[in-house]
Design a protein around this ligand. Structure first.
Ligand code: DGJ
Length: 732
């Protein structure tokens, strides 16, 4: 059992293969945090220090002993009201609006296997590979049972956390902040790595030293957002890809979130992550229960190992269904080829050419339904526009299947156009504040997915289309931030809960889709990567990484994304040049080399490229299939850091056993008489020999890793190199 309770010291210890997590019931019943890090077998209670801290208050029981202050002692799940003035994990108020509580230990339980969270995504794994700890906390005044859940995934070195709160009284209690996880450290030697961005430029890694005070990232856009990602790393100041203490925290949630990092007055550190608390208020009636989303935590030495832990977690324990393991088809999407301007015949023309080059699925993007000939109308009317297509969707799908390809379809179920039959029939189904003009985004409104009847209606329409045309794949988009958060439904109308119930509605929609169509491959999308989080990955094993398809900019976007998410989750396509988002022209080889570091596809009309380029496309698809296992199951290594290397971007996929590696290098700048750069490989066997498939050379693993491989100097902008190294068996 990976969870141990020591009755004498009142410590609870969680072990994974390489890590240890320890907490303790303090002398007055508070749950204190002792340690998280490299695996060890010791009572870490000695780390707690007690000093008279002047202005730091003391629990009532220690009124004569000023050395015991919640303001200074590391805790498991801090609450507002017990004298701890650092950022809290939990805040609640009684029916009269009086907030403040003091949660104390009331028992714990250890269970075999994992817990489930009703209506919310949660990591899953076989019973024997995971144990659950539940620690119960209660308050003297508020009738609350707060249960802290810890899922211990030994093999993956991941600890998941979630919190379940029950109102055990009769009067309502209002929860105003309920984090999913909190981590306290008794020191402050950390940098915060977070992933910020904007539309078309998501998940740019930024590394900043913690300041004294609080730093926070989060979203109040209703989706996890392009701007910030619910995944952060706390790392030693000198941590690198290969060494140093690194702590990752990722929230399995696709709505408003808040992550706070605080360096306190005593130079200690606290990290808190959960549902966004701005404007949040969940009212719990007597007997009612509230579950927070799950957070996943991991500890590793170096960023590469940390990413590997989360990559395995996502691939094996978060993604589900047929496409967790099944090979994803190489697809062609018509969006950048046609935008809204297409007919059924045009789509078939694109499909035929693509099929002849080896593409396996055609995805019909926005514009096939209602009166959707542009951005201003039709959303919400999920019936096929046969006039525009010139045929039924079933006929179109059948003719595409006749080319040997599968058929996929774009949807945006949460959205509605003002110019739509749905809006005209159900004005009260949108999120809107009475008396206020709604804020518009892409000239569309947001349906009130906090209402089950709205979700059911949209689901029935879309399910009918999927069944009618035997659709194999869905790209589920969402193209605006959410504003005007107010429901017309009876009961609680406040923003506080509606936004969370909206997210639950989105998850219910996806769950129904998977239940009804278990073989459907769903790709998440939110104007590209605006909802790229572990919550969505529970339903959609791949997400369109960014609307920016420029191969050069994609190297940075995919670099940042890779810290927390495996390449097999990143939708990446070859598009036309000059690139539609940046105007840049990169070679077809370079565009493909970058797109191959994800779920590969094309996003252009292949009829419009030359015969020589078509031959290249054939070769690219063959290569992608050949390297598929390396890309989708291999260890991913970032070999360059955009902040340091301006000359090139490099990354590697290595087989888990070190027997092969695929290295990709993209040159970012050209110079006259340029110096030679070397790229150092990782994850190989030092004493093995490797053949470079492309240029034929034989190299020692140690040489490739310790001295590196020279990047050819070429007089070409945005050149790329893909080298496949395979172990050459040596005769004794
Ligand atoms: C935004 C997506 O990210 C694009 O790929 C495309 O599907 C458009 N929406 C369609 O409106």
């Amino acid at each position: 059992m990976a969870i141990r309770f020591d009755e004498k010291d009142r410590t609870i210890t969680l072990h994974t293969k390489n890590t240890t997590y320890q907490m303790k019931v303090g002398r007055y019943g508070h749950l204190l945090h002792l340690y998280y890090g490299r695996r060890l077998a010791a009572d870490m209670s000695y780390l707690l220090t007690f000093y008279d801290r002047g202005f730091s208050a003391n629990p009532y029981e220690s009124r004569n002993d000023k050395t015991y202050s919640m303001d200074a002692i590391p805790q498991e799940y801090s609450c507002y009201g017990n004298g701890d003035f650092r950022c809290s994990a939990f805040e609640a108020a009684d029916n009269d609006g009086v907030s403040g509580c003091d949660l104390r230990y009331a028992g714990h339980e250890v269970k075999k296997g994992r817990y489930a969270i009703p209506g919310l995504p949660a990591a899953h794994c076989e019973e024997r590979a995971s144990d659950t700890l539940v620690v119960r906390l209660v308050d003297e005044r508020l009738p609350l049972m707060v249960e802290l859940y810890y899922g211990v995934m030994e093999e993956t070195d991941v600890i998941t956390r979630a919190v379940c709160i029950k109102n055990t009284g009769k009067k309502p209690v209002t929860l105003t902040k309920i984090a999913s996880a909190m981590l306290d450290f008794t020191d402050c030697r950390y940098d915060l790595l977070h992933f910020h961005g904007r539309h078309g430029n998501e998940r740019m890694m930024e590394r900043v030293p913690l300041m004294t005070g609080r730093m926070s990232v989060g979203s109040r856009r209703g989706v996890s957002s392009h701007q910030h990602n619910p995944f952060v790393i706390l790392a030693d100041r000198d941590a690198t890809e290969d060494c140093g203490d690194c702590y990752g925290m990722s929230l399995l949630y696709s709505g408003n979130f808040l992550c706070e990092a605080e360096r306190d007055q005593y130079s200690q550190t606290r990290l808190v992550m959960g549902i966004g608390s701005e404007n949040f208020a969940a009212v719990l009636s007597g007997g009612e229960v509230f579950w927070t989303p799950e957070a996943a935590l991991t500890y590793a030495q170096g960023f590469a190992a940390l990413s590997w832990n989360f990559h395995r977690l996502v691939r094996e324990n978060i993604c589900r269904g047929a496409y967790r393991d099944a090979r994803r088809p190489v697809l062609i999407n018509n969006w950048e080829a046609t935008y809204f301007d297409f007919t059924g015949e045009k789509i078939i023309e694109i499909a035929r050419e693509a099929a002849s080059l080896g593409v396996e699925m055609l995805v019909l993007d926005d514009g096939w339904f209602g009166t959707r000939d542009g951005e201003n109308s039709g959303l919400g009317d999920w019936y096929v526009n046969e006039k525009k297509l010139g045929m039924s969707l079933n006929e179109l799908a059948s003719r595409i299947r006749a080319t040997g390809m599968k058929f996929g379809l774009w949807i945006e179920p949460e959205a509605v156009s003002v110019d739509s039959d749905l809006y005209r029939a159900h004005r009260d189904w949108v999120l809107e504040i009475p008396g206020k003009k709604p804020v518009m985004g892409r000239n569309q409104l947001v349906l009130d997915f906090s209402r089950p009847e709205v979700v059911d209606h949209v689901f029935a329409q879309i399910a009918g289309v999927i069944a009618g045309a035997d659709v194999s794949y869905i790209k589920m988009d969402m193209n605006r931030s959410i504003t005007d958060v107010c429901t017309a439904a009876d009961g609680r109308q406040n923003e506080g809960e509606v936004m969370h119930r909206y997210v639950l509605g989105v998850y219910r929609f996806l769950e129904m889709l998977l239940e009804r169509f278990p073989h459907l491959l769903i790709e998440g999308c939110c104007g590209g990567g605006g909802r790229f989080d572990m919550g969505m990955l529970y339903y959609t094993p791949q997400i369109w990484c960014s609307d920016n398809t420029d191969a050069i900019e994609r190297t940075a976007i995919q670099y940042g994304t890779s810290f927390g998410y495996p390449p097999c989750t990143m939708g990446a396509h070859v598009s036309a040049v000059p690139n539609h988002q940046t105007g840049r022209t990169a070679s077809l080889e370079t565009r493909a080399a970058v797109a191959m570091a994800g779920t590969f596809g094309y996003e252009l009309d292949l009829n419009r490229i030359s015969e020589a380029e078509k031959e290249l496309v054939r070769g690219q698809i063959r290569a992608y299939k050949k390297y598929y296992d390396l890309v989708h199951r291999g260890r991913y290594f970032r070999l360059s850091d955009p902040a340091k290397q301006r000359e090139f971007a490099a990354f590697e996929f290595a087989a888990e056993d070190g027997s092969a590696a695929l290295v990709t290098v993209v040159t970012l700048t050209t110079h006259c008489n340029a110096p030679v750069s070397y790229v150092r490989l990782k994850g190989l066997k030092a004493d093995a020999l490797y053949r470079n498939e492309q240029e034929g050379g034989l190299y020692a693993g140690a040489a490739l890793m310790y001295a590196g491989f020279p990047i050819p100097v070429v007089m070409q902008e945005y050149a790329s190199f893909q080298w496949h190294f395979t172990e050459e068996k040596q005769e004794n």
